[in-house]
Ligand binder design. Structure first.
Ligand code: 2P0
Length: 326
């Protein structure tokens, strides 16, 4: 009863920001992402009647109590669906610079969902897998698939219509994503807490909800038409709007640091100089820059010269989940 699965991280072009149901991880809005080739998690799961509790190893070490509790809750869910009650050893290795503030929960829970369901003997299709991964971490439901992926928020109270799927066409648009690690000195508000506080207290949250579905339609149209300017414009605007909601929360908070603003300004200057590049930012200070592949070296060189940028990781659209050995 062992299986090994690999899943890649994803970067949201249209953000998931806010839950309507925290237990089932049902989002307030639909979102759209690119799965990235460079960062991934490989997870081995072994269920055994010989165990009297779940064990979670992260990068070769016994994980903390808090991290283990999240994994146990997720395994409980899988055991419940499968109707089995064996404990498991979960051995997870992250090829994501997590200490640098790049989130690994998407690849982590996508890989765990795939490995755990297979190890426990379930024959799961990707739609079901996406729904299961969602209940570990919302953004994980998008990492089941490669390329450009939409998470439809769904309408049902039981979450049965809330899952991700690849957007149907133009999957081979090989844009470049440059993940910029900036000098960071503050502990961030975790995204789970940040989105909850924003939904509950920010007067700007209504503005987010009123416009995000329109942003999604525009982003999908831009991808279908391979219109990079249209895509970049809506991606940047959507990220700025998400971050604006945090400023209205009570207590207010912001994920940006001075280094974040420096990269944002530089990207806008690149556009003025004729290089098409756009930024997006998640729940942290790092900035992701998207551009055409033909411009990636020029953009990389520009970003790497900024004093506040510690590292730039060049990424491209990557694959969905896979099982090892295949
Ligand atoms: C996203 N983020 O769409 C958005 C944009 C951060 C900003 O999904 O509570 O770790 O586990 O469902 O998925 C990060 O939130 O939150 C995230 P939970 P998750 O990528």
């Amino acid at each position: 009863m062992e299986a090994i699965a690999k899943a890649h991280t994803n970067i949201a072009l249209i953000k998931y920001w806010g839950k309507r149901d925290e237990t089932l991880f049902l989002p307030m809005n639909s979102s759209l992402s690119i799965t990235l080739d460079r960062f991934y998690t490989t997870t081995a799961v072994q269920f055994c009647s010989c165990l009297n509790k779940d064990v979670f190893l992260l990068n070769g070490q016994i994980a903390s109590e808090a991290e283990t509790m999240k994994i146990v809750a997720f395994l409980d869910h899988v055991r419940n669906i499968a109707g089995k009650n064996m404990y498991a050893i979960v051995n997870s290795v992250n090829k994501v610079p997590t200490a640098a503030g790049f989130a690994s929960s998407a690849s982590g829970f996508a890989a765990l969902a795939a490995a755990a369901t297979k190890a426990i003997g379930m024959d799961t299709d990707n739609k079901t897998l996406s729904q299961i991964a969602r209940q570990g971490s919302g953004s994980a439901c998008r990492s089941i698939y490669g390329g450009y992926v939409e998470w439809q928020k769904g309408e049902e109270v039981d979450g049965s219509d809330s899952f991700a799927k690849p957007i149907s066409d133009k999957q081979d648009w090989n844009l470049s994503v440059l993940s910029c690690l900036v000098a960071s000195n503050e502990k961030k508000v975790l995204s789970r807490e940040g989105m909850k506080r924003t939904v509950e207290t920010s007067p700007f949250y209504k503005g987010w909800l009123d416009t995000v579905e329109k942003d999604l339609v525009q982003a999908k149209r831009a991808i279908a038409e391979r219109d990079f300017e249209m895509l970049g414009t809506v991606v940047e605007a959507n990220a700025l709007k998400m971050h604006a909601t945090t400023l209205g929360a009570n207590p207010p908070f912001m994920y940006w640091q001075s280094a974040t603003l420096e990269v944002m300004e530089h990207v806008q200057q690149l556009r003025t100089s004729g290089i098409e590049a756009y930024f997006t930012i998640d729940a942290g200070p790092n900035v992701k820059v998207i551009c055409h592949q033909k411009d990636e070296q020029a953009v990389l060189e520009h970003l790497a010269t900024l004093p506040s940028v510690q590292n730039v990781y060049l990424c491209h659209p990557g694959p969905g989940i896979s099982y090892l050995p295949d």
